[in-house]
Design a protein around this ligand. Sequence first.
Ligand code: M6R
Length: 619
Amino acid sequence: MCGIISYIGKQDALQILIKGLKCVEYRGYDSAGIAIGDEQHPFRIERSVGYIENLIKHVSPLGLKGHVGIGHTRWATHGGIFEKNAHPHVSNDKKFILVHNGVIENYAALKATLLKTGVKFYSDTDTEVLVNLIAQYYQQLEQLPTSQRFEESVRKSLAEVQGTYGIVVICTDCPNELIGVRKSSPLVLGINPDGLFLGSDVGAFSGHIENVVYLSDHEMVHIKGMDYQITDLMNGSVTSPSLETIDREQNTADLGDFPNYAKKEIFEQGTALGNMYLGRFSSDGSSAHLGGLQITPYELRQVERILLLGCGSSLYASKIGASLIETYARIPVDVEYASEFCYRNAPLNKNTLVFVVSQSGETLDTLNALREVKRKGFPTLAITNVVGSTIAREAGCGIYLHLGMEVGVAATKSFTGQVGMLALLALYLGRMRDMSFTDGRQFVQALQSLPQKVDEVLALCDKPMQKLAKTYVDYQHCFFIGRQMLYPVAIEGALKLKELSYMHAEAYPAGELKHGALALIDPSVLTIVLATNEEVMGKNISNMMEIKARHGKVIAIGLEGCEIPQKAYDEVIYLPKVYPALLPIITVLPLQLFAYYLASERKCNVDKPRNLAKSVTVE
Ligand code: M6R
């Protein structure tokens, strides 16, 4: 988490930093800060608690000048949300200014040593330890020329650090230089004829540049004016950068007429799915065309088991994907929390194919799981939305979702996109096994009609969900229940409600409620029952009746043509019938709308829910 942007070049740094910070604000918004200066202007550090807007108000009257600058937007790890903990941090001797994304795990030991040498600390952060460590090495290396001394101080300090970092450092003795280093926290170098940028992702400098270098772990970039050199952090050997051209369109996200990204991203799901499926159906219309897989059909036929790894909504999408693959391709699929997988030494069968699923492609838990699987020698593939992200690059091959940038912290279009892509994968694998040509054709036709269906369902549910959100705005507890593939949809619905509206929500397989949680049902508790799966309609209705018998409130999400008795619910909305594999996507839409409107009623910040960040790059 935390967003970084830095600039060195011909333009004034201030506007570039502010614009860049807004673009990476989704990575954390507890506080923000900048440091600006150059050879003519002494560096100044300004910081504010809260959103970037607060920083803008604070710096606007100050007339900060300089062509060199670093900026940071914080998601708090070490130390509370106070100005003293906001980045950039400065060394006691004021020579070094640093922004950091990541966690220095051995900061306490390093701090204890620095304290003994008289270093004073003004924040509770791990970052302030690092900036002072660099300053201390700098004092010791006075025999070296200044620029080299700067570089060596950073190198030697980081050799002592355990943990993760994407950092950018200013040394006031070299005012026209910046050093950036990455280890497990992303850092990208952006290049244009007017200047050089370092950012947490390419979005940080979107609009300014077309060429980028994605730094790899343990790489250090030393920028001197308009030149840069990338070296190995450990041994200083020079590495040749691989320059990539980015698609400017891919990295911009305009709100258009929408009031916020959450609503925009909910309502653009149909279009996003349409874009995702472009060129991805086989020419005979009975299967998928997934070029990125880079695995031959023969190799795919040898696969005996699939493992899907992810976190949060990506994990829930994977759970649905697992059911789809098992149903249509008859391959057993396991789904694991990436964060748990890394540390439990799970036995993996040979001929297991592993997919990591991540919207951002930067989630550290998922990245670590990917690395663990690779270490064990298994083929890994990624399903990600962000082109060039760390997971996409380290997995080597996989599938891009091409859904367009998702800015809202709550996953919406990425969730339906991941499910839609896993459905396509189920079709592809199914057609290599027992799925017939005609069944494949039917599946393809269903997927082709999905974008339009999504638009229809959003239009159908919009007003009713808005109304229901007003009715239930003061409720404190909500259950979501569902069976089969709708159980993971229930989990996703509960997560959306929690993160957007801060209402307590829990999800259960519908049959499980009676095994304990039914004790909590009373008139003050709302239960949303996902009852769009026809084959278990009778069971769903029984569960609703059990809740109504205890005077709980029930909103039923039903299916057209499958009437639910009135006494089983307080409110009902019927969704149109779709191909069974698409039910999870259709059913999650009213839940997203409910969470969105309830959060809006509660005046929550729907794009930046409290305590969260879009890209979770800490463990
Ligand atoms: O970028 P990723 O898909 O790897 O992110 C995983 C989770 O952090 C993410 O889905 C999170 O749960 C969302 N806030 C859910 O809305």
